[in-house]
Design a protein around this ligand. Structure first.
Ligand SMILES: [Zn+2]
Length: 297
C-alpha cells in the first residue's frame, strides 16, 4: 500500500475499515448483481472511490460474509446503468482493484444468447472473446511497448476450475468454453450483426468484458467471467417478457449462493495458470520492475 493510497487522500471513504480490510478477490458486477450485493451478498464494511492515473474508479464496496472478505465493484456505477458500457472507465476500475491488492477478479455479466440452446436464466462460462468494440482505451501502456501479451487462454484456468467445481452439482450443467462477442453498445445488435456473430462462432453477445479482461492481464490479475443469460439476441428465439423476467430473476437469486461457494473454493483451488506472470518476460529483460505503478511511466 503506498502512502498516496491512505484514507486521508480519499474523502469518499466512510470509515477506517480500509486499513484493516484486505482481500485478493474482487467481483466486478453489472447493475443487477450490484443491487443484489448491496442487499444480500454480505455485510458492507466500507466503500471507496479510488483515484488512479486514469481517473476515478467506480465506488468499490468492501464486503464480508462469514469471515471471508471481498470487494464488489459496479461497472456501471451505483444507479441503474449510470454509465453505459462504452463509457465505463475500465482502466480506472482494474487499476484500482490492483492497487487494493486484488489478484483475482470474477466478472459477472448478463449477456444475450446467440443460441436457442443457451436459454434465459442459464449460467455459462465464456471461454474466449471476440472484441468488436471500437472506441475504448484497451491498454495501460500507451507510452511503452510492453503490451504484446498472449491471450491464450484469454481467461484464467485456475478460476475456471473453481467455477466448474461450484457448478458441478447443478441440476442443469453449466455450458463452458463459449465465445463471448463484445459489442460497442449501448444499443443492441441488429439482426444482421447477430447473424454475423453467430457465423463467427460466438455464442453470447454482451458489451463489457473487453477491454476489462485484457487490462486485467496487463496487471497480472487472474480474471474470469461468469455469464447469466438475460435475453436472446435479436432473432435468435422468442420468449414472453414475463417468462424472460421470471427466469432472469431466478438466476439472479442464485448469485449469492454461487458467490459464497466461490469464496470458499477459490483459495483452495490449485494454481493452473500463469496470469500472475503475464509481464515476466519484460521483467526478466529489465524493461520493467516488480512495482506495477512504474510500468506506465
Ligand atoms: Zn490465473
Amino acid at each position: 500500500m503506498t502512502s498516496e493510497s491512505k484514507p486521508d487522500a480519499f474523502p469518499q471513504l466512510l470509515s477506517r475499515a480500509y486499513e484493516e480490510h484486505h482481500s485478493e478477490i474482487a467481483f466486478i458486477a453489472g447493475g443487477k448483481v450490484y443491487r443484489l450485493a448491496r442487499q444480500r451478498l454480505g455485510t458492507i464494511t466500507d466503500m471507496l472511490v479510488k483515484e488512479t492515473p486514469f481517473g476515478c474508479s467506480m465506488p468499490i464496496l468492501f464486503m464480508e460474509h462469514q469471515g471471508r472478505r471481498f470487494y464488489v465493484l459496479p461497472r456501471h456505477g451505483e444507479g441503474q446503468y449510470r454509465v453505459s458500457a462504452p463509457f465505463v472507465n475500465y482502466r480506472a476500475n482494474v487499476w484500482a482493484l490492483k492497487d487494493l491488492g486484488v489478484s483475482r477478479i470474477i466478472a459477472w455479466t448478463g449477456p444475450g444468447s446467440l443460441s436457442p440452446d443457451m436459454e434465459v436464466g442459464d449460467f455459462v462460462l465464456p471461454g474466449d472473446l471476440l472484441d468488436m468494440t471500437r472506441n475504448r482505451s484497451g491498454t495501460f501502456f500507451e507510452s511503452k511497448g510492453i503490451g504484446l501479451l498472449r491471450q491464450e487462454p484469454v481467461f484464467c484456468p485456475t478460476l475456471q476450475n473453481a467455477f466448474l467445481s461450484v457448478f458441478s452439482e447443478d441440476e442443469r450443467p453449466v455450458t463452458s468454453g463459449v465465445v463471448y462477442a463484445v459489442s460497442e453498445g449501448p444499443r443492441f445488435e441488429t439482426s444482421a450483426e447477430v447473424k454475423m456473430l453467430r457465423q463467427l462462432g460466438a455464442g453470447l453477445v454482451g458489451m463489457t468484458l473487453a477491454p476489462e479482461a485484457f487490462l486485467a492481464r496487463e496487471l497480472e490479475i487472474c480474471y474470469h467471467p461468469i455469464a447469466y443469460i438475460t435475453s436472446f439476441a435479436e432473432g435468435v428465439a422468442q420468449i414472453d417478457d414475463t417468462e424472460r423476467r421470471r427466469r432472469s430473476d431466478k438466476a439472479i437469486n442464485r448469485i449469492p449462493g454461487i458467490t459464497w461457494s466461490l469464496l470458499d473454493v477459490i483459495p483452495d483451488t490449485p494454481f493452473a495458470c500463469s496470469c500472475q506472470d503475464a509481464m515476466l518476460r519484460y521483467k526478466q529483460r529489465g524493461v520493467i520492475g516488480d512495482d506495477f505503478h512504474e510500468w506506465i511511466e
